[in-house]
Design a protein around this ligand. Structure first.
Ligand code: PMP
Length: 394
């Protein structure tokens, strides 16, 4: 099948939720590289939007999935599911959470977090505490509750009436946050670095103050770590940069390294609100997804990927900041670890993304910000090569 055969088949049969796709189809991935059907090599500086943290088709990861698939793909509801128990233990041992629940995507993990926050207050006899504060320009998913949680009209406009109870405040504005808090406030849900809106980190003081208010008023503090989690920002979880421990946080994307899995992770006092029958998932936490995620953690440890993300990320940002001094159309370099945004003074990020693609680099773009999210195995040498191409294009 040629790429245009695939495009035609796709146009005829697949719902067009994406728009015009770049005419290339990939059939193989290896490390930070992708190979097109026609055998051309591309460098992946997007990692499936922060998914392929361990790189494409990492041999140990592939082996773990194959071995699991040979033994058992799926079983639901039985108690002794080794992979699920081991993965929950792993996340608990490395994070602020005491308990974990597995879902199948980021949106589904956020749905679980929202339900957990609501049921926590409900079981305390306070069902009037149902409002959830999120941020303008946030992104929390595409399901009905998460699209309502998402503070961007462009995602929610066609789906009114939205799930009620969400309030949106501007990021890093403590006065606006305080004004939104009331006796009805159930939870606050934040991305420590807003990803989809163009890599916007929250201020340290802002997060600390919001956290203190939450503690004071029995408001659950939820971090959406779907994009920032799993080493992306140079720490295993982005909340670690802020010196706080969220009551609930969610994971997905890189957790499964390409196999769909999400997680709702919570402190015991919140997690215990879920009793048997209150929530569930057929596929959530199946042996294949959990074996994949366990292998991701294993590779992270063996290859020091969180540390690599921090070191190579710092180097990357240094190089970009030095470049920005001589390029007037670059407005700002933002990011932590390997979650990096280059904001331009004009809406040219889409054009930059296309030009980089012509030079065989995959990146992402909002109108004004080029998003760079390479696999966490990337080296300083890979960064140097990218910088050379970026300079030529600029
Ligand atoms: N939360 C954040 C912060 C995200 O970036 C995304 C995906 N871009 C989601 C939630 C939704 O994840 P999924 O697409 O797996 O549902």
């Amino acid at each position: 099948m040629t790429t245009s055969d695939i495009a035609n088949l796709d146009k005829q049969n697949y719902m067009n939720t994406f728009g015009e796709r770049i005419p290339v189809s990939f059939s193989k991935g290896e490390g930070i590289h992708l190979y097109s059907d026609s055998g051309e090599v591309y460098t992946d500086f997007l990692a499936g939007i922060a998914v392929n943290a361990v790189g494409h088709s990492h041999p140990a990861f592939v082996k773990a999935i194959c071995e699991q698939a040979q033994n058992l793909l799926h079983v639901s509801n039985y108690y002794y599911m080794k992979q699920q128990a081991l993965l929950a233990e792993k996340i608990v041992s490395l994070s602020a959470a005491d308990k974990v629940f597995f879902a199948n995507s980021g949106a589904e993990a956020n749905e679980g977090a929202i339900k957990l926050a609501k049921i926590y207050h409900y079981k305390k006899g306070n069902s009037q505490k149902y409002e959830i504060i999120t941020l303008k320009n946030s992104f929390h998913g595409r399901t009905l509750a998460t699209v309502a949680a998402t503070g961007q009209e462009k995602f929610s406009a066609p789906y009114h009436p939205l799930t009620p109870g969400f309030l949106y405040v501007p990021a890093n504005d403590l006065t606006a946050f305080e004004a939104a808090v009331s006796d009805k406030t159930c939870a606050v849900m934040l991305e420590m670095i807003q990803g989809e809106s163009g890599v916007h980190p929250l201020d340290l003081d802002y997060v600390k103050s919001v956290y203190e208010i939450c503690k004071e008023k029995d408001i659950l503090f939820i971090c959406d770590e779907v994009q920032t989690g799993m080493g992306r920002t140079g720490k295993l979880f982005a909340y670690e940069h802020y010196g706080i421990e969220p009551d609930i946080f969610t994971l997905a994307k890189a957790l499964g390294g390409g196999v769909p899995i999400g997680a709702v992770c919570a402190k015991d006092f919140a997690a215990s609100a879920f009793a048997p029958g209150d929530h569930g998932s057929t596929f959530g936490g199946n042996p294949l997804a959990c074996a994949a995620a366990l292998s991701v953690f294993d590779i992270f440890e063996k290859e020091n990927l969180v540390e690599n993300s921090r070191i190579v990320g710092e180097y990357f940002v240094e190089q970009l900041k030095a470049l920005a001094e001589n390029v007037p159309c670059i407005k700002e370099i933002r990011g932590k670890g390997l979650m990096i945004g280059i904001e331009f003074t004009e809406p040219i990020a889409g054009d930059m993304k296309h030009r980089l693609f012509e030079r065989h680099y995959l990146t992402g773009a909002t109108a004004t910000t080029l998003r760079i999210l390479p696999p966490l195995i990337v080296t300083k040498n890979d960064v140097d090569q990218f910088m050379k191409i970026l300079k030529e294009i600029l």
